[in-house]
Each structure stands twice: as structure tokens, then as C-alpha cells.
Design a protein around this ligand. Structure first.
Ligand code: 9MJ
Length: 671
């Protein structure tokens, strides 16, 4: 028994310490999910042993006690927090409870992104902003009127005239991502301490006693609830109606709010936003679902901390903390030396991460990183994991400085750095085994020559045994030689030879991309292929001619000229052509293609074909496919989950079509 008591007290102590770091110091030393897990553990313990419950347990509180230095503000209605759902099943349970209590077959819900900032209450009297406060412990918050007044998007005076005499609105103050990046860059440049994430940045900015500091922070506000209101002729039947009204009065509301007729709509909305999440201009950590009708909200009521009529479904955490064990220095295809963080494995953004790129020496310095440090890892969507911050409070005694090597770790050539560049390079070229290996790995990769079955381990063996020195040598490999390699059987040797043979039939664009010319990615390779039409013209092109190609500037032109000026590269190309690598000569004049001269954008998730395939189809029809919407965009193909690109298209009045319309047009164009 006393063991449980001691365990509960220890969990409470830990949570109190973390709460203070989070709410008072805006500098948490644990991730949100670690905090949530600990809180859940304590709650489970208290539920199983109710005699252990204490009145001041962190499980009984909504947020934090008011900070000193700010006037306390008592909320006329308590400011509640939200219960969490962590799965689709939790959401279905929520809906079932709601329907059973109300005795109805289906409920209309409002869906809203859950902003990751800090909750505030703002009061307008006769249309004038008179008071703003944080949530605090839900009953009493901190008066932060001056600070909220300094936020641009908060109206000091309401528009229109039909607002209640006393209007309290609740919402979130948050820092949009762009502002956060800018703010942190500035803080670092001025020798200050960056914030770990936009939420802490917003909280820290709002809790400034000096509102001129708040004014300089890029904060925004979004309303999501009515608080206490009275006076005037208005009444509101539903949340969605109230939000629309707030917007008319000039109060910012979410652009992404939507009403749905049942829980199935909630699930679809969740999936849509989960996809669009990474393209939003602000951080969200989940979706909030609310019963729309106020009469039904009232009938459902609240429990101590949270309303019964709302729930927040959290996304899997995108940030976690883990320990940096060591830094390895990898030499890439172009000789660039990249530091790679080796981490204690951590589950973040839906996958287990044990490596993260550190980009370059400047980045290590910017982060102030040492081995042994606890670091914040972020993995958003399918973006590669990043180390975004160091938790200095957790630095162990034995932490060690990270020393960037002066020589290539693969061939010992002294590293060089061009003026103004962040990257250190090994300039040994294909003499360096690391670059040789990377060049071959790139050449065979799926989007280049697409040779299946040639992993890095096999490439290493081929180089070591002197079977392959350049990519042209791949086409001389025979099955019986390959069968001798480690972990290779006759069958896999034959498969690899067949895959190599098949790759001989390629396209000019893939071939150019596969060569691995610096700064020539897939798009540039495609543009070069389209513009020059054949390899001879490209090899003979002058820098001026190259710069006539879209997106090719002086630097890329220089890299191309330099590449073809290297006799070794020309020898390799001749070797490839001599061994049968070829591509079809374009038959059709580009200008006659149905979408010639048009620019298209594909966004969101498509059902019956991948985004890549949709883009390839458009290109084959002569269109240029772009990653961003502008006034020059001809049309946008938008699937579910389309976010900022769709909005931009709508605001620019660019034509937007859905997948089924796109498919029927494809059919029409292809005849
Ligand atoms: C956030 N954080 O975006 C609520 N919230 O409603 C939204 N929070 C909320 N609603 C009632 N969209 C209590 C909290």
C-alpha cells in the first residue's frame, strides 16, 4: 500500500516540476507525450486506489496557477480544457456516449484544427476590448490585456453593431511557423536563447510583463468558443453560427472549421487534416470535435475539467526527446561532408527514428550541440527527421564537444569550404571511395536508372573487388561473377543482371539525372532534356545556352559545363552508350502537345493514381508541373487533404478540378 502511495507522490512531484518548467519557465525538459504518459499513469493509479487522491494532485488541475506579476482575473464561466482521444475507437466511444445521453441517432459536429498555443479569454464591452486573460487554473487566470492588445489580428474595436454589450470570446494565441523561425533566427543572431517550439514561444511572449516585448513577437489569435455574454438582441443557436458571427465582427476564426452530420464525417475530416497538417502555416496537435447545437451542449454539460460535448483527437506526436550518442560524418556524391546524428531510437511521427541529419558544421554550432545531449527530434509527415533543439538542462557531465573533421573520413583528402558556403567538401572526386559509392548508388536509384537489387552493401563489395570503378562498369557485370559475392545466390545474381539489362532502355531525362551533376535534380534534368532534345547538344551547350533553360541559373550552368568538361565523365558516358544505354528520340514536337505552355499543380491525396503518376501524365501532355501555385498556374488538381495550395488557388481564382474531373480530361486529351 505504502508503495503505491510513494509511487503516486513521486509521479505528482515529477508532474509538478514539469508543469513549472512548462507553464512558468516556458522551457520544458520533457516532451508533451512523456508528460501525457506520466499524467495517465498517475490518473490510473488514483482511480485504482481512490484513497491516494489528493486535492492538489496534478490530475485535478486544468493548467497552471496564475503567475506572479500579473493581476488575477476570475473567469465568469470556468475555462475548461478538453478530453483527449488517441484513436479512432476513442472517437467512436465519445460519439456513442454523446448519442446515448441525448437519445438521438446522429449528432451534428463541428470539426476544428487544434491549435498548439495558449488559451486566452478576451472581453469586449460595447465593442471595445477591455480585458484579456490566460486560462490559468481554469477559474482564475492572469490579466494580460496589454499583451493581447498588441497582437495585430485581435480587433481592439469590433466591426458592425449587433454584438452583445458584453462579449467574452475564448481562443488560442499562437505563433505561426514562419514567425517562429524568424524569431528564433533573430534570437540566435542576437546571442539569445531560441525557443524549443512555437507553443513555448507563444507562451513566453504572452507572459511578458513589458508589452512592448510582446508587440515584437509575431503572434496571432484564433477564436474557438464563446465565453460569458449578455446584452443586445442576439442569441446563438449553435457553435458554427456563433463562429460565423464572430468573424463578421472582425474576430479571427479558423479557416478550416467545418460542420459534419455524424461521426463518420469527423473521421474523414481527421484523415484529411492529418495529410494537410505539414502544409499548414501553423502547428496543430490534433482535431477538436464539438457538438454544434448549444441546446445539446447544455444538455450534455461538463465534468470537472472538461465539457462532455467536445473531444480533442491528438495526432501522433511529431516531436520527442532522445539522446544523441554520436555524430558520424558521411561523404556524399558531390563530396559534401554531412554530419549525421546517431540517436537512441525514439518513436516519433509514426516511425522509429535512430538517425537524423545535422546538415553541416554551422548547424551543429547553431544548435550548440554536444554528444550525450538530450535533443528534440521532429519528424513531420514524410519529412526526414530533424534535430530541432538541445535541452541544455539535461546535459550530462560527460557531454563532449563535436569536432568537425579537417580531412575526408573516406580518403583523407583535406576538406575545403568555398567562401560563403556552409558545406565542407572532399574534392577528390571519384578517387574518393565514398563518392564513388554514392555516385553509383545515385545512378541505380529508383528515379534515376531504376536498377533493383543493387544495395549499398553490394556496391561496396563491387568497388572493393575492383569489379566496378564507374557506373559504366555495371553493364559489364556477369551473373557468374556476381554469384561469388557475399550473400548472393545464383538466382539473385541473374535477377540483378536482368535488372541492369532492363535499365538500358531509359529516357534522356532519367539519364541526365542519373549522371549526378551537382545541383541537377530531377526537374532540372527533365527541363534540360526537353530543351536540348539530345545528349550531344547538351554536352556542347555554352553557359549562356544553358541559362535559357527554365530554372537554370549561372551556378547550375557552371556545374553542367564543368561536368561535361571532365574527360573522365565523358569517358564514362561513352562507356554507357557503348554498352547499349539508350532512350527514344522525341517524335512529337512539344509545341503540338495539348497542354503545351500550360502550368499545372497537383496537391492533396489522389485515389486512383499517385501524385507522381498524375504529374508524369501532365508532363507527357506538354504541361509544366510546378510545386507552387501562382498567378501563372493554369489549373490545380486537388485531392482530399489539399491545404495551402488549394486556398491559394482559390484566392487567385485559378481553376481547381478534382480527381474525377482530371481523369475524364486525361481521357479526352489522350485521343
Ligand atoms: C484549440 N486549442 O484549437 C478548443 N481549441 O474548446 C479549439 N480548443 C476548446 N477548441 C473548448 N479549436 C475548450 C477548448
Amino acid at each position: 500500500m505504502s508503495d503505491f502511495r510513494a509511487a503516486a507522490e513521486e509521479l505528482r512531484e515529477r508532474l509538478r516540476r514539469w508543469s513549472a518548467e512548462y507553464y512558468q519557465e516556458d522551457s520544458p525538459s520533457v516532451s508533451d507525450s512523456e508528460f501525457d504518459r506520466t499524467l495517465l499513469a498517475l490518473r490510473a493509479l488514483e482511480e485504482a486506489h481512490p484513497e491516494l487522491m489528493t486535492a492538489d494532485s496534478p490530475t485535478q488541475r486544468v493548467g497552471a496557477a496564475p503567475l506572479k506579476g500579473f493581476d488575477p482575473v476570475t473567469h465568469r464561466l470556468p475555462m475548461l480544457s478538453l478530453d483527449n482521444a488517441f484513436s479512432g475507437d476513442d472517437l467512436v466511444d465519445f460519439d456513442r456516449r454523446v448519442r446515448e445521453r441525448l437519445g438521438v441517432p446522429a449528432v451534428r459536429y463541428v470539426c476544428e484544427p487544434k491549435l498548439d498555443g495558449i488559451a486566452v479569454s478576451i472581453v469586449w464591452e460595447e465593442g471595445e476590448l477591455v480585458l484579456a486573460a490566460t486560462r490559468g487554473d481554469g477559474q482564475t487566470g492572469e490579466g494580460i490585456t496589454h499583451n493581447v492588445r498588441s497582437i495585430e489580428s485581435v480587433p481592439l474595436r469590433l466591426e458592425g453593431s449587433d454584438y452583445p454589450a458584453h462579449l467574452e470570446v475564448r481562443g488560442e494565441v499562437y505563433m505561426p511557423r514562419a514567425g517562429f523561425d524568424l524569431f528564433n533566427r533573430r534570437a540566435l543572431a542576437e546571442g539569445g536563447k531560441p525557443f524549443v517550439n512555437p507553443r513555448n514561444a507563444a507562451a513566453g511572449s504572452l507572459r511578458q510583463l513589458d508589452s512592448s516585448i510582446t508587440r515584437r513577437r509575431p503572434l496571432a489569435f484564433c477564436a474557438y468558443a464563446l465565453g460569458f455574454w449578455e446584452g443586445g438582441a442576439r442569441s446563438f443557436a449553435s457553435h458554427s453560427e456563433a463562429m460565423a458571427k464572430l468573424s463578421e465582427w472582425g474576430i479571427p476564426i479558423s479557416d478550416y472549421g467545418r460542420t459534419v452530420e455524424s461521426i463518420e464525417g469527423c473521421e474523414a475530416y481527421y484523415q484529411e487534416l492529418a495529410l494537410a497538417r505539414q502544409d499548414l502555416s501553423f502547428d496543430i496537435d490534433g482535431i477538436v470535435f464539438k457538438v454544434d447545437a448549444f441546446a445539446l451542449q447544455e444538455a450534455l454539460g461538463s465534468v470537472s475539467r472538461a465539457p462532455r460535448w467536445a473531444i480533442a483527437r491528438k495526432f501522433p506526436a511529431q516531436e520527442e526527446m532522445t539522446v544523441l550518442r554520436e555524430v558520424e560524418f558521411q561523404v556524399g556524391r558531390t563530396g559534401a561532408v554531412t554530419p549525421v546524428a546517431r540517436l537512441d531510437p525514439v518513436f516519433v511521427g509514426g516511425v522509429t527514428v535512430s538517425n537524423a541529419t545535422l546538415h553541416n558544421a554551422d548547424e551543429i554550432e547553431r544548435l550548440g550541440l554536444m554528444t550525450g545531449d538530450t535533443v528534440v527530434i521532429r519528424r513531420a509527415g514524410d519529412v526526414i527527421p530533424q534535430v530541432v533543439a538541445v535541452v541544455e538542462e539535461r546535459r550530462p557531465e560527460a557531454a563532449a564537444s563535436i569536432i568537425f573533421p579537417g580531412h575526408c573520413p573516406a580518403c583523407a583528402t583535406a576538406l575545403a569550404r568555398e567562401p560563403g558556403e556552409a558545406v565542407w567538401r572532399c574534392e577528390a572526386g571519384l578517387v574518393c571511395p565514398a563518392q564513388q559509392r554514392a555516385a553509383i548508388a545515385h545512378f541505380v536509384s529508383r528515379r534515376a536508372m531504376d536498377i533493383d537489387g543493387l544495395g549499398e552493401k553490394i556496391i561496396d563489395q563491387l568497388i572493393e573487388l575492383n569489379l566496378v570503378a564507374t557506373v559504366a562498369d555495371l553493364y559489364t557485370l556477369e551473373a557468374h561473377t556476381l554469384a561469388e559475392l557475399e550473400r548472393f545466390g545464383e538466382k539473385s545474381a541473374e535477377n540483378l543482371v536482368a535488372a541492369i539489362a532492363k535499365s538500358r532502355e531509359t529516357s534522356l531525362a532519367r539519364f541526365i539525372y542519373a549522371l549526378g551533376i551537382r545541383e541537377v535534380g530531377e526537374t532540372t534534368a527533365r527541363q534540360l532534356a526537353t530543351y536540348f532534345g539530345n545528349l550531344e547538344s547538351l554536352i556542347g551547350a555554352t553557359p549562356e545556352q544553358l541559362q535559357d533553360v527554365e530554372d537554370v541559373g549561372p551556378i547550375v550552368a557552371q556545374h553542367v559545363v564543368h561536368f561535361f568538361g571532365e574527360p573522365a565523365n565523358v569517358r564514362t558516358i561513352n562507356g554507357l552508350l557503348g554498352r547499349g544505354v539508350r532512350w527514344p528520340v522525341p517524335l512529337q514536337d512539344e509545341g503540338n502537345l495539348p497542354l503545351a505552355g500550360q502550368s499545372w499543380v497537383v496537391t492533396g491525396k489522389l485515389e486512383s493514381l499517385s501524385r507522381d503518376d498524375a504529374e508524369s501524365a501532365l508532363r507527357a501532355l506538354g504541361a509544366k508541373v510546378s510545386g507552387s501555385v501562382s498567378g501563372k498556374t493554369t489549373a490545380v488538381v486537388a485531392g482530399p487533404g489539399a491545404g495551402s495550395k488549394l486556398k491559394k488557388a482559390q484566392s487567385l481564382k485559378v481553376e481547381v478540378i478534382d480527381e474525377s474531373e482530371f481523369l475524364s480530361r486525361l481521357e479526352a486529351w489522350q485521343v
